[in-house]
Design a protein around this ligand. Structure first.
Ligand SMILES: [Zn+2]
Ligand SMILES: [Zn+2]
Length: 136
């Protein structure tokens, strides 16, 4: 199945094919800069199954980290679209809020709950981890 999405201003459009490997709520401090304060809702897909169909993504990586994540965003409106994470080679972590339809999002893992704030509510039945699940 093909999913499509865009940035806030519409200058970036993208598509990707399934599979969707995992559906995540991340509670880490860094993600709150990007989510606006709530847990960061993301999915993990194959880099090879993702394509930009309009516009060009800009990238950002922190210079003070040894293995920084590479963040892809719209240079005009600043919408954060996806991340390449060194611990997940070949994968992209995509922000579900940029998908045209994300009503199906159903998180199966809550991560970095060690940084969780009192107002963050994890849905019942979603396994939560202080950092990431041991298998990953
Ligand atoms: Zn934009
Ligand atoms: Zn995070």
């Amino acid at each position: 199945m093909t999913h499509s999405g865009r940035c806030y201003c519409g200058k970036i459009n993208y598509e990707f094919e399934e599979p969707i490997y995992t559906q995540i709520l991340c509670h880490c401090r860094e993600c709150r800069y990007i989510s606006g304060g709530e847990a960061n809702a993301s999915i993990v897909i194959s880099e090879n199954n993702f394509r930009v169909t309009k516009g060009t993504l800009k990238t950002y990586a922190r210079e003070d980290l040894e293995k920084p994540r590479i963040r892809f965003f719209c240079g005009d409106c600043g919408t954060h679209i996806c991340v390449k994470s060194p611990p997940r080679p070949g994968m992209l972590v995509l922000k579900v809020g940029t998908l045209n339809d994300h009503s199906w999002f159903n998180p199966n893992t809550a991560i970095y709950c060690i940084d969780k704030q009192p107002y963050h509510i994890i849905p019942d039945g979603v396994p939560s981890f202080d950092k990431t699940p041991p298998a990953q």
